[in-house]
Design a protein around this ligand. Structure first.
Ligand code: AMP
Length: 425
């Protein structure tokens, strides 16, 4: 066979049938959890001004420096596909004056994101996340509540054994002191650092903490830790978050190297890990970003949020054997025999669908055997058969596809009968 000319781009997947169903099921479960906790829906565009991501996510982060899908549009504007949700949502919060709403303003979203990364299992160039942001609440209870929201979602989708790691990155009062200690330490060990991390050290030293390079990780094991440099307010805040989690008996680990891949975080950061091995085991994470709204031109507004990667969660569920079998609703197949039955069958499919009964059928095909075979392959629960005799007598044959039992019903009773059998209310 000739090679197909067009194929999906590297790192971009088609989801067809069951995987597509699993993805949309995860999203609806998440929506239910977020809405119950008082989050309202927001949808922002896939494309934004490139400057928005450079300013917020940070020019030296991988997500912007290496992975941004950027192009110049027909008016010579540099635009980029969103690599994450927070920047766009903060822009919208400012643009639409959401600071005048009763605070906190709690928003959730889901959808596709784009990063020009090296594709591998659990890492794609187009991937999906669910995401929440809570604006206008500085108290540690808000941090704890976004964390428990994630836990509730995992529980609802029956994803067990997810571990939670936490750290605090401090704020402008204490971060400079930590940064200096880190730079001093890393400079002392500069020769042992991986090449790329020597560059990061010069440009954006906190990014070194995020390094995946083995040589750098070895140096980092002895590096100064943010938690030892927190100012009193940041210490109190972090202790407050832990108090709520402890009170609920939620397990977590403190990870002094956790900085997350984006520049805008302050104070609390957290990440969730599944049980699968390797770098792709992070299911998602988030944290506080109390300076970002102001950085993008809004009023100073504390905020905290998180994002979870849905492809990773599906892999984790599959590894766990916890992917629920798709719930297939009861369905009927309408089979017709001969020209006089054609219109009756077409009409009946429409009446069934209007009546809330899931129905398919091919009215233009001949051969009742072939039609029933197709019904069987589709796994429907019933077939309705209409032949010339049935048209004449204004009846239909209802066939139970599991037992093979058949009965004759008046044509005008079949919709109500199937509604009852399928429990359509
Ligand atoms: P981040 O926005 O980088 O903190 O990512 C949050 C979560 O999104 C990660 O923990 C992953 O689960 C998921 N994620 C990030 N990048 C990718 C990617 N390239 N492919 C698939 N999932 C991703």
């Amino acid at each position: 066979m000739a090679r197909q000319e067009f194929q999906s781009l590297r790192g971009m997947a088609d989801l067809i049938g069951q995987p597509a169903g699993q993805m949309s099921n995860l999203i609806s479960q998440f929506r239910a959890v977020a809405e119950a906790a008082g989050y309202g829906r927001i949808e922002t565009p896939l494309l934004e001004d490139t400057g928005l991501f450079v300013r917020s996510v940070g020019a030296d982060t991988d997500a912007v420096a290496k992975e941004l899908y950027t192009f110049t549009d027909r008016s010579d504007h540099s635009v980029s596909l969103r690599p994450e949700f927070t920047a766009g949502i903060v822009r919208a919060y400012i643009e639409h004056g959401l600071s005048s709403w009763p605070q906190p303003v709690k928003l959730y979203t889901d959808g596709a994101l784009f990063r020009y990364d090296r594709p591998q299992g659990g890492r794609q160039r187009q991937f999906n996340q669910v995401n929440v942001e809570a604006f206008g609440e500085a108290a540690p209870s808000m941090d704890a509540q976004v964390i428990t929201l994630v836990q509730r979602f995992f529980k609802r989708i029956r994803l067990n054994n997810v571990s939670l790691q936490l750290n605090s990155l401090g704020d402008p009062a204490c971060r400079p002191r930590y940064r200096k200690a880190l730079v001093d330490y890393l400079k002392e060990h500069e020769k042992q650092l991986a090449e790329i991390d020597r560059e990061r050290l010069a440009k954006n030293p906190l990014r070194v903490l995020d390094s995946k390079e083995a040589a750098t990780r070895a140096v980092l094991s002895e590096a100064p830790q943010t938690l030892n440099y927190l100012c009193e307010d940041c210490q109190k805040h972090f202790a407050g978050v832990l108090e709520y989690l402890d009170d609920l008996g939620l397990a977590y680990e403190l990870n002094p190297l956790l900085v997350r891949g984006l520049d805008y975080y302050t104070r609390t950061v957290f990440e969730f890990y599944g049980e699968r091995e390797g770098a792709q085991s992070a299911l998602g994470g988030g944290g506080r970003y109390d300076l970002l709204v102001e950085l993008l031109g809004g009023q100073p507004t504390p905020a905290v949020g998180f994002a979870l990667g849905l492809e990773r969660i599906l892999l984790e569920l599959a590894a766990d054997g916890a992917l629920p079998a798709a719930v297939v609703p009861k369905r009927v197949y309408v089979a017709s025999l001969g020209e006089p039955a054609r219109l009756a069958a077409f009409r009946l499919i429409e009446q069934l669908l209007d009546g809330g009964v899931a129905a398919t059928g091919a009215v233009d095909r001949d051969g009742i055997g072939a039609q029933l075979e197709r019904a069987n392959r589709q796994g429907v629960d019933y077939a309705v058969i209409i032949g010339q005799k049935e048209v004449r007598e204004d009846t239909v044959i209802l066939r139970d596809m599991t037992s093979g039992a058949q009965e004759v019903l008046p044509a005008n009773a079949i919709v109500a009968e199937l509604r009852t059998r399928f429990g359509v209310t």
